[in-house]
Design a protein around this ligand. Structure first.
Ligand code: TXA
Ligand code: MG
Length: 315
């Protein structure tokens, strides 16, 4: 079992030895290792059981540190960094050689971000290297938003989990790349399109791996809990799946079922984002066969929540 605590010195020590440590961020927990150490990065893929074609995000303490690992920062990327770092946006930029190809799955670009969590920022400032960190879950499963989630699934494979409480955003970072200097969203996430567009204007969204080889990790089926997810109108789905066999996942509505999770009774998309992964996980422990889920309003963080629900529903 992994030790769970808030000892950043211990985390530094383990990471310096090439070991992995689970770290809290504002989005989801990450499974972190020295991004410049190929052995440590190899361990990340092994512990997660993740295919090596899926590139990792590199975490840094600030823009100054990011500059050590990328060859250029387009002016639009600068604007995003000024406005939103530390925060839930990852930038895909041309990498310097010092970043191993293993981290980027052979791509010439690297996904880089500065996470907004006090413990992890403290940790990054103490380290002399950046941290490669995918979400700290077995490949294909729902991302963890609490130290307990990591402990349950990866606790036997790592030594230490830095406990930063419940993630305040709750869904992974928004990923923005640049094609001919034009910004493109590769993954919807914790920074809404509205926030991005209010800063840099209209942005293209290209989130499917089939049409977008630049985001190989954007697999259609992902974020899947153990139970099968059906997405649609709950009332209609309940005509096919009897209520006593079904977990019900709604945005606001109470179906009076013992096996339901209401994402936000007050209708807040921020609250729904904080709860979505916990909700999907919770049904694994309930005596239900399937999860019946409805989409949330498709604006703000709702777009990213719907994206995760959609991927969870594809098997
Ligand atoms: O919020 C987050 O981003 C969390 C926390 C821990 O920081 N991390 C995270 O990592 O969600 P992960 O490994 O679950 O997702 C990383 C995804 C890849 O699957 C891929 O889609 C994209 O980031 N990515 C990484 N590097 C890329 C690159 N060079 N080009 C295009 N996409 C990239
Ligand atoms: Mg992930």
């Amino acid at each position: 079992m992994a030790e769970v605590g808030i000892d950043t010195k211990k985390a530094v020590h383990l990471l310096e030895q090439g070991e992995l440590v689970a770290i809290p961020t504002e989005t989801v927990y990450g499974l972190a290792g020295n991004a410049l150490n190929k052995q440590a990065v190899t361990k990340i893929f092994t512990v997660k059981d993740r295919p090596q074609f899926d590139p990792l995000i590199v975490h840094v303490a600030d823009l100054k540190s990011a500059k050590e690992f990328v060859t250029e920062i387009p002016s639009v990327a600068h604007t995003l960094v000024d406005k939103f770092w530390p925060g839930p946006v990852t930038l895909v930029l041309k990498k310097k050689k010092i970043i191993p190809d293993l981290v980027t799955a052979g791509l010439e670009t690297v996904g880089i971000r500065c996470p907004d969590h006090p413990l992890t920022l403290q940790l990054l400032k103490k380290l002399s290297f950046p941290l490669a960190a995918p979400s700290a879950n077995p490949f294909g499963y729902v991302s963890p938003t609490k130290a307990e989630h990591v402990e349950e699934q990866l606790g036997s494979k790592i030594q230490y989990i830095l406990d930063g409480g419940t993630c305040s955003v709750g869904i992974e970072s928004t990923i923005v790349g640049f094609e001919n200097n034009e910004p493109v969203v590769y993954r919807l996430g914790g920074l809404s399109l509205e926030h991005i567009e209010s800063t840099i204007g209209k942005i293209r969204v290209m989130t499917h791996s089939t049409s977008n080889p630049k985001a190989p990790g954007q697999l259609l089926s992902h974020y899947s809990p153990a139970k099968k997810v059906f997405l649609g109108s709950i009332e209609e789905l309940l005509q096919t799946y009897p209520a006593h066999l079904a977990g019900i996942l709604t945005f606001q509505k109470d179906f009076n079922s013992p096996f339901q999770f209401v994402l936000s009774p007050s209708g807040s998309l921020e609250e729904a984002a904080q709860n979505i992964f916990e909700a999907l996980r919770s049904f694994d422990k309930l005596p239900v066969d399937v999860i019946l889920a409805e989409r949330v309003p498709d604006t703000g963080l709702g777009r990213a929540i719907n994206d995760r629900l959609q991927r969870a529903a594809i098997k």
